[in-house]
Design a protein around this ligand. Sequence first.
Ligand SMILES: [Mn+2]
Length: 259
Amino acid sequence: MKVALLGDTHGNEEWIRHALEEFATAGLDTIIQVGDLGVWPGPAAGKMWNKIDELLARNGQTMYVAPGNHEDYDRIDRLEARDDGWLRFRHHILLAPRGHRTELGGRTLVWLGGAASVDRGWRRYLESMTGQKTWWHQEEITAADVEAAAAGGHADIMVAHEAPHGVPSIERQIAGNPGGFAREDLMYAHYVRRAFTDAFEAVRPGLLLHGHYHLPVDELVEFDGFRTRVFGLSLDGDPLSLGVLDLDTLEPGFLGGEL
Ligand SMILES: [Mn+2]
């Protein structure tokens, strides 16, 4: 069984439509999305997601999401859970609560969304000046989230927005501090990534799917006592944000080109 992989979409309607059509052409009806989906406040975003839901229905597709940091968590917190635990954002767009466990194509999966916004200070300032909320504290991965994700132990696949400490290409990007972010926000991000890493080390997945860094990654990384294929997807607008995963072989790849 093959499933589609989709990186951060940030509510980019044109790109999401493009991605869904690419997946349909490739015969993929199950889509794993790694957060920063674009769950945003306001009626315009709501209408946009209704239209995307219609397209998913037409294509016979369902999108499963590990929410990111740029999401309206007040809205997510109000969603009702289905009997199987999925939070129904739309009929064909399901969001995973932190630590959610599922099975797909004979594989076990654990879902852990959330990540730190490294520009948190700027977003809070913006809100204080304009009243427009663009940062939600629920983005943080809490001790309770770590416990929930760790509780079931090992899973074949971990679907997340974050990635753990110790992935060489991501460490290089962070060390460069390309955004010139505030030291306290960098420390906050470091701490949240540490929490994610604790959960990751408890799950010891063979494959990690993530977004957040907007950096395509495909690395086999040696951690303390286990190895994980770390597969990161780029963001909307970049063909390297579209991927495919063969669940029989656990082999991920980019749909839109080579790394
Ligand atoms: Mn993002």
